[in-house]
Design a binder for this molecule. Structure first.
Ligand code: 5AD
Ligand code: SF4
Length: 445
């Protein structure tokens, strides 16, 4: 018997790993009759795929749940599920604060969602599943569905983190490091390629700690995985994120120099430019380690564009510590970066520290840092004017006749182009630059 047709709206918060997981949640629901809805208003099921990394991310979930509860009151049969890291970290609190939630499901259990929705409906109660099951969700989820994919896709190859930075919830919400096998990653990449994907971004909370089982039974690191994926017919570009400086191995750095499909862009968080703060953060690297690393990476691939994550206002951060962060940014120059005010997370070691930085000080530091980062990003983009860059076009632009794509350095690039170029790489002579994108014209290859 065919399942009754239903609609689902999945709202994603947080990182790219959640974007990937949301697609897999839709894949898990499809065999049970669910098709995607455009918004929550008419959906039979709304899934919030949540983020717990900073307080503000978690707060957004509760305000959204307030709105959804009102919708559910007005409509019979609607179900609400909370997935992701807030579900994992505070599942019991969610069901206490918002009893209208039907299912609370942690990031490791998405393959069980259809069954839990049925249990919640039959039992009329909210069901919580935040176990770290012995079997991997990747083995249990149905294959990814063909659905006119964009040319660039995420592929999760690694999950979890064993680093335990003292500010971070990830080791608690996503659990210990786990790497998928090479064979399963190749299989998934082939199915994405059949669907029109040309660029893969390999994802993991700590992706360069990847150590998955290879076909010969040995464990491969990320460099070997990238080298193998570059041989898969149809793959034109490879990227990976997010990395930890401690796991930038020699072979991975070498791969940046020798593999033309590995794009010259690296997101490598350093968090703070002060050794004292790095130690308190348990980052397991110093400023000098980071500088040496960047020198070696730039020697291997001189045009590499750097991105990073920085936290201001970690407990105990002085003006001098913050000045060291600014001077590291000045010295290295970043093509783009994410910067955050420190946010104490329940259950993490840093949350117990008794030396908080005042919010007004944090705000002033964040403003100063972002001012510098914005100037660097603008300068990096402006420096592309006059160059010709290969652009992978992935969608129509805002203006008619225009397409948007990505440069090797991950910049958005607009150009007048026939929509048949979507999914293809074409050379673009860059003639303009703004903070967030480049513009240019397609030239003959
Ligand atoms: N407060 C502020 N920023 C944080 N990050 C992780 N945990 C916290 C926190 N408690 C930032 C780090 C990390 C990025 C994903 O989020 O910079 O690299
Ligand atoms: Fe969090 Fe540190 Fe692991 Fe990154 S390396 S996920 S910041 S604990």
């Amino acid at each position: 018997m065919l399942p009754t047709p239903k609609t689902v709206f999945v709202k994603t918060y947080g990182c790219q790993m959640n974007v990937y997981d949301s697609e897999r949640i839709e894949d898990a629901l499809r065999p049970h009759g669910y098709t995607p809805a455009a918004g929550p208003e008419n959906a039979d099921l709304v899934v919030l795929n949540t983020c717990h990394i900073r307080e503000r991310a978690a707060d957004k979930v509760y305000s959204e749940l307030g709105r959804l509860r009102n919708m559910k009151d007005a409509r019979s049969g609607m179900q609400i599920a909370v997935a992701g890291c807030v579900a994992q970290a505070e599942g019991a609190e969610i069901s206490r604060r918002v009893p209208a939630v039907d299912v609370i499901i942690g990031p490791q259990s998405y393959h069980r969602l259809p069954e839990l929705l049925t249990r919640a409906r039959d039992g009329g109660l909210s069901v919580v599943d935040t176990e770290f099951p012995a079997e991997s969700k990747f083995e249990k989820l149905p294959a990814r569905a063909a659905s006119g994919r964009a040319p660039s896709a995420f592929l999760t190859v690694q999950e979890g983190c064993d680093k335990f930075c003292t500010f971070c919830v990830v080791p608690y919400t996503r659990g210990a490091e786990f790497s998928r096998s090479v064979a399963r990653i190749i299989e998934e990449s082939q199915s994405l390629i059949r669907d029109g994907v040309r660029e893969l971004t390999l994802l993991g909370q700590n992706v360069n700690a990847y150590h998955g089982e290879a076909p010969d039974g040995s464990a491969w690191g990320l460099a070997q995985l990238i080298a193998r994926l570059a041989e898969v017919p149809g793959i034109e570009r490879l990227r990976y994120m997010t990395s930890h400086p401690r796991d930038m191995t020699d072979d991975l750095i070498t791969e940046h120099g020798r593999n033309a499909k590995l794009m010259p862009f690296l997101h490598l968080p350093f968090q703070s430019g002060s050794d004292r703060i790095l130690a308190a953060m348990n980052r397991k690297h110093t400023v000098a380690d980071y500088l040496v690393l960047i020198d070696r990476i730039r020697a291997a691939r001189p045009d590499i564009a750097l991105s990073t994550d920085i936290i201001v206002g970690f407990p105990g951060e002085t003006d001098a510590d913050f000045a060291a962060t600014l001077s590291l940014v000045e010295r290295l120059t970043f093509a783009q970066a994410y910067s955050f005010k420190y946010s104490p997370r329940p259950g993490t070691p840093a949350a117990g520290l008794a030396t908080p930085v005042e919010d007004t000080v944090m705000t002033a530091r964040l403003t100063a840092l972002q001012h510098l980062l914005t100037a660097q990003q603008k300068a990096f983009n402006t420096a592309q004017i006059g160059k010709t860059l290969p652009v992978l076009f992935d969608k129509p632009g805002r203006k008619p006749g225009q397409l948007i794509g990505r440069s090797p350095y991950l910049q958005a690039v607009h150009a007048e182009a026939d929509s048949r170029l979507i999914g293809q790489i074409a050379p673009v002579a860059v003639s303009s630059a703004s903070l967030s994108s480049l513009g240019g014209v397609i030239v003959a290859a």
